[in-house]
Every structure is written in C-alpha cells, then in structure tokens.
Design a protein around this ligand. Sequence first.
Ligand SMILES: [Zn+2]
Length: 243
Amino acid sequence: MAVRVISQQIVFKPPGKCIYCGSPGDPNLHTEHIIPESLGARFEFLKASCHACSVKTGAVEGHVVSRLFGDTRAFLGMRRGKKRKWPEKFSVHVKPKTEADRSSSLTMTTRLEGYEKKEVELDYLPGAMIIFNLPPAGIFLGAPLSDEFRVASCDIAFAAGWRERLKRLGGHVLLGGLSALSQEQFGLFLAKIAHSYAVAYSQRREAGRSAGATDYQGRTVHQPQDRQGAQPNRAAVASWPCR
Ligand SMILES: [Zn+2]
C-alpha cells in the first residue's frame, strides 16, 4: 500500500544567517526543510539554520512527527528522511484484553502499565494518524495575547482495513509509542514551520534549483512522482475531546 503525497518543490535562496538565532558565523548553515521532509514536503530554505538551532528544531520535529504519525508513514509507503529504509519489523505496544473486556472504542490514557512491546511486520501496524484540531486563532477574535497554546480536540484517521489489523494485534493498541507529546511541543512544531516559511516568503528571492522547481508564487508546478501508482486511502475518522 502507498499514498501519493502531493508536494511541489519550492527552493528559497540562502538568507545569509541562521533564521532562528541570527548567527551569521556558522560556515555550514543547514538547509531548512520548512515542513518536515518526513511528511513528504519539499519546501527547502537553503543554508538557513546553524548547527545548534537545527539540532533543537530537528529534535522537536522528530518527536512530534513520530508521535502523531508514527510508523503509519511506513504503513502508507511514505519516504523516510535522508533516504533511509524502513526496518522489516516495527515495535507496537499492545495491552491484552481480558475475556470480559469487549470495548473497542478509542480512549485517551496515561496509564501505560500492562502494555507489552510486540515486534510486528508492516502489515500489522495500526495505520492510524493522530490529528490535532486547533481552536480559532485568538488574534482574529480580539482575544488578549497569550503564550498559551491549546489544542481543542483530536481526531484519529485510520487507513482502510484498520479493524482487521487491530483485531490481529489482539488487544488495546497504543498509538504514538510510550513517550508523551505535549500541546506545547506541537505548538513549537507549528511555530517552526510558520517562522521559517514567513522568513523565506518575505525575502521574495526564490531560486529554482532543479528543472521541476517552482517559485513561491506557485508558478511552474512540479509534477510529483506517483509512488507505485496507488491511490490515497479513504480514512475513517473518530473524534474525542483532548484534555
Ligand atoms: Zn541558530
């Protein structure tokens, strides 16, 4: 199974300094992927972050992507960052159900005892993505400025056939692994995307690095490769309030 990620390449010229700390001193400024490459995005801001800042932003980005999308990227046939291959086995945490437990609903939990690690093949992964829904932006509603970042609710989108896969795993399945994802981390993840894109866009000094590249106005749209010719899956979505 594979999904087609619609993504055009947009390349922005180097800003001449780190866009986060302003340091011009690092001779090896890194290319900034405005939206994570691991999500199929190809917005590149050349030589835009220093080593120290790219380590920090990369850590937040990696944590958020792995918690929200986890191994589902592998399940859906998405590319892995830096052209790494997916492993043959994946770790899934499953809590066996008791005879009396017939529940099949989605629940939020912080009680992780009883979950056991299972090594499974790709076809056994839940194939589910966690999606955070945000409240309307306060700035448009006249709300006082605040540093607080809130998530209003969560959705989970499952790829087709999820009921059968969950059944095969034989219990409650933990999405996103054992370590938690805070709303603040998700806020930082969005802020990093927004900041880097705002700086890149405001420069208006775009450069097409390859024949298929476009500029920031979307001219000359790059035609993405159709990965294995597959169609996107229809997803079933369930919701529950987030605390
Ligand atoms: Zn920096």
